[in-house]
Design a protein around this ligand. Structure first.
Ligand SMILES: [Zn+2]
Length: 344
């Protein structure tokens, strides 16, 4: 038998398990050095490259996941076994999988970069809403983020990053607010996925009937939010503490998805089918109920103020998008053919 008679592409005749797929597909677009360089040149008097490099050793996905592991072992006496994987696969998603091959939690880099970009722009918008130029730029960036990144999976361009960061005018306060909320959202999301592992194992042990999917999503949010609120109150020995004023950041996360679906409806008349997931609004309302419990006791004033600022931008975006749509001013930003191809 010569070589040509032996099959040479057998690997493509089996369906790839999800773990291998997510671990090996896509590539990372994480650029630590470039990010440090950009910030040193943007805020020369404020940050040194060394300080920024030190901070990224401390604030990273692995350490956020350590906080989550620490919480599960303290609160439930349970050691999480999911491996954490993160890559760029153009999916606005995180997930937990307990398949045959291996337990893992996957968080796409697209989700991470979209959240930090979103928060930064929303806070700048509220801060500079009286300035017509800044107002227009912020609207354009939230629209661009929702339309290009969330719907189509294209990260913002270099030019977009430069434009939004230049609006900061050296104001590091907004960066700090956005980053603090970002880490709360990341930790919340990892804890939500970890809760799926935990609940899955418990169900097997107790031979309980499976919760229905919607109930399981609410339960995972409940565990994740408990983790965040306890961290805020200073419980646990974690690599980093989440700030008081970020306690409503998980609500901003729900609003982020809400604006994404809203944009899809306005531009493309698409209605996202939630399937077995509750809507972002239902999840947000459930989170508000949790935080009212007396066992969570900390100062909420700054957090409420920050969420109100966020909601100002949220309302501005919704109104502005609809108004522009009615006036036919969104044609250049509407890629209907490309959007339709995604549903095929
Ligand atoms: Zn879930």
């Amino acid at each position: 038998m010569n070589n040509h008679q032996i099959p040479r592409a057998v690997q493509w005749f089996v369906s790839s398990p999800q773990y291998t797929l997510l671990k090996t597909w896509g590539s990372s677009i994480y650029q630590e050095e470039e990010g440090i360089e950009a910030f040193v040149s943007l805020f020369p008097d404020r940050y040194s490259a060394n300080d920024l490099a030190e901070n990224s050793k401390r604030y990273n996905l692995e350490n956020a996941y350590s906080c989550v592991k620490d919480y599960f072992s303290r609160q439930y006496g349970y050691q999480l076994s999911s491996e954490l994987i993160s890559n760029f696969n153009r999916m606005l998603n995180s997930l937990q999988n307990s398949g045959e091959e291996k337990k893992f939690i996957y968080m796409d880099e697209l989700l991470q970069l979209s959240i930090i970009y979103f928060l930064t722009t929303m806070f700048i918008w509220d801060d500079q809403k009286e300035d017509d130029r800044a107002y227009g730029i912020c609207f354009k960036h939230i629209l661009g983020l929702m339309n290009q990144a969330c719907i189509f999976g294209d990260p913002p361009s270099d030019r977009m990053y430069k434009e939004i960061l230049s609006l900061l005018n050296g104001d590091t306060h907004i960066v700090d607010l956005a980053e603090s909320c970002f880490w709360t959202i990341i930790t919340f999301t990892l804890a939500h996925e970890a809760a799926h592992e935990y609940m899955g194992v418990m169900k097997k042990l107790e031979q309980k009937k499976t919760l229905n999917k919607v109930k399981e999503e609410f339960a995972a949010d409940g565990i994740a939010y408990d983790m965040v609120l306890r961290n805020i109150m200073g419980e646990g020995n974690t690599p980093f503490h989440l700030e008081n004023f970020t306690y409503l950041a998980p609500m901003m996360y729900m609003d982020f998805f809400d604006l994404y679906y809203y944009t899809d409806r306005v531009l493309y008349k698409k209605y996202v089918m939630m399937g077995d997931h509750p809507t972002p609004t239902d999840r947000k309302n459930a989170l508000f109920k949790i935080v009212q419990d007396d066992k969570y006791d900390f100062d909420t004033e700054d957090g409420n103020d920050l969420y109100n600022c966020f909601l100002n931008s949220y309302d501005l975006y919704k109104d502005e998008l609809l108004l522009k749509e009615q006036r036919g001013k969104l044609k250049a930003a509407t890629f209907t053919e490309r959007r339709n191809r995604m549903d095929e």
